[in-house]
Design a protein around this ligand. Structure first.
Ligand code: KIV
Ligand code: ZN
Length: 518
């Protein structure tokens, strides 16, 4: 059996289902381009029927991103499949990915449908998808809690109907590695036509076993693995792409498999996904957390200085963590800054670059050197969506024995709007002043501040989570002034909320076109 494993990246679909991780079309396109540079085999670009914004994003990715197969998700409903096909059809290598639940629990309680009806629907949907394109994937949602005899029947039937890939998801992260590997082995043994399709796996991380389960499935014959950058995804997330790939690199004795992943792009991809989704990477995250290559105890430091292998099983350089970097200063010209961005694989249009460069100069004026991590952090300010509100002026009064107060001036469509407010602290005062201007009722759920690099003059990065009605939005902002970074993060989330509402208003035409029921 061929040992090449297909990497199916679902960061832009299952990953984007992480609460608060909503990406706009431009951000999705940016990540898709980076995924292509990373060398993934398949990009699941989205679930087009879910919103007009997602439809457009998938369409743009399909039209412009070269290299990987571009997949779009659909339920076993004709309108879903038509919509997914419309979005993905211009890709050089399009794929339709159809799914329907196979567990009694889901069929009975969620779908309220008889298993035989579901089986028939699955077959009809695959046949219909197959009439549109050759590459059709079918997923048995909640497979790991489904009856084995039913799984075997569904797999055989959808392969007969033309599915070229059959995916066995552990939708709720319930399986154990032995069980999951065993299920893959049984399917390979008992489904007579399975040689006509590739077996795929898709693991969620509810018990922290997603990567281990994925590897167990590969050891038992699965040759496509669905995974996400940084392990983001619904609830506890999906299997982390970087962990699966590095397990194969570091332990080929256990996992003698190859992938097409360009390892040097891992670090950069991980940072980009974190920046654009607003989901921070835990410091101790395997492979890409900032502590993954840090040694703090004296004994460890001593060992590493004598021979890195004493406490390091992965060299940071292998995943692009220490790519050749030059630190920039206030004297660095546009050429040097653009060059450094390009080395880091970021390409900005002329207008975006000019805004970026002015922000860079402001930062470089305050600091001796600007590090690559800080350049990445500044990219947050180059919002990919047109911001409704922009901060033009902020003044804070704060200190022991004073009542914190803020003056905030925002620009909205060319008009300057100013408000003053008091608060329990400078950030509270500034946020209240912003609220007086925007008149949007939000709740601050979470606030995080971190220094992007080391040193007293480091750039501060604030990431916050706000809620508005049933929506969760993540906002980020950077500045050497942490109150300013906090206000920028707040405005970022408010601008995203406004964009989200605008795209919801566009929903109606889209819903009519694809007969979406509300
Ligand atoms: O977890 C799951 O079952 C899924 C399917 C749609 C593949 O995400
Ligand atoms: Zn999933």
């Amino acid at each position: 059996m061929d040992n090449r494993v297909i990497i199916f990246d679902s960061t832009l679909r299952d990953g984007e289902q992480t609460p608060g991780a909503k990406l706009n079309a431009r951000e999705k396109l940016e990540i898709a381009r980076q995924l292509a540079r990373l060398g993934v085999d398949v990009i699941e670009a989205g679930f087009p029927i879910s919103s007009p914004g997602d439809f457009r994003a998938v369409q743009q990715i399909a039209k412009t991103v070269e290299g990987p197969v571009i997949a779009a998700l659909a339920r076993t409903v004709k309108d879903d499949i038509d919509c997914a096909w419309e979005a993905v059809k211009d890709a050089a290598k399009p794929r339709l990915h159809i799914f329907l639940a196979s567990s009694d629990l889901h069929m009975d309680k969620k779908l309220r449908k008889d298993p035989e009806i579901c089986l028939q629907e699955a077959v009809e949907a695959v046949r219909y998808a197959k009439s549109l394109t050759a590459d059709v994937e079918y997923s048995l949602e909640d497979a790991t809690r489904s009856r084995e005899d039913y799984i075997l029947r569904v797999v055989a039937a959808v392969v007969d109907a033309g599915a070229t890939v059959v995916n066995i998801p552990d939708t709720v992260g319930f399986a154990t590695p032995e069980e999951y590997g065993g299920l893959i082995k049984t399917i390979r043994k008992k489904v007579p036509n399975i040689h006509k399709a590739m077996l795929s796996v898709h693991c969620h991380n509810d018990l922290g076993l997603a990567v281990y389960n994925s590897l167990a499935a590969i050891q038992n014959g699965a040759r496509q693995v669905e995974c996400n950058i940084n392990g983001i995804g619904e609830r506890a997330g999906n299997a982390a792409l970087e962990e699966i790939v590095l397990a194969m690199i570091v332990r080929p004795d256990h996992f003698p498999f190859t992938t097409g992943i360009n390892l040097k792009e891992i670090y950069r991809t991980s940072r980009m996904v974190s920046k654009l989704t607003g989901i921070p990477i835990p410091v101790n995250k395997a492979i890409i957390g900032i502590n993954a290559f840090a040694h703090s105890s004296g004994i460890h430091q001593d060992g590493v200085l004598k021979d890195k292998r004493t406490y390091e099983i992965i060299n940071a350089d292998l995943i692009g963590g220490q790519a050749a970097q030059m630190n920039l200063t206030a004297r660095s010209g546009r050429h040097a800054v653009r060059h450094q961005l390009e080395t880091m694989n970021y390409q900005l249009g002329a207008k975006e670059f000019e805004t970026f460069y002015q922000n860079f100069l402001q930062l470089a004026d305050k600091k001796k050197e600007v590090y690559p991590e800080e350049l990445e952090a500044l990219l947050i300010d180059i919002s990919f969506a047109e911001p409704t509100y922009e901060l033009t002026y902020l003044q804070i009064v704060s200190g022991t024995g004073t009542v914190p107060a803020a003056v905030v001036r925002l620009r909205k469509e060319g008009e300057l709007l100013e408000e003053v407010s008091r608060g329990t602290g400078p950030i509270d005062a500034a946020y209240k002043a912003v609220d007086k201007i925007t008149k949007i009722d939000t709740r601050l759920e979470n606030y995080n501040l971190r220094a992007v690099t080391h040193g007293m003059d480091a750039l501060g990065e604030v990431s916050i989570k706000i809620t508005h009605e049933d929506k969760i939005i993540i906002g980020r902002g950077v500045s050497t002034d942490i109150v300013e970074a906090s206000v920028k993060a707040y405005l970022d989330s408010i601008n995203k909320l406004i964009n989200m509402q605008a795209s919801l208003n566009n929903n109606n035409a889209f819903r009519n076109r694809f007969h979406v029921k509300t």
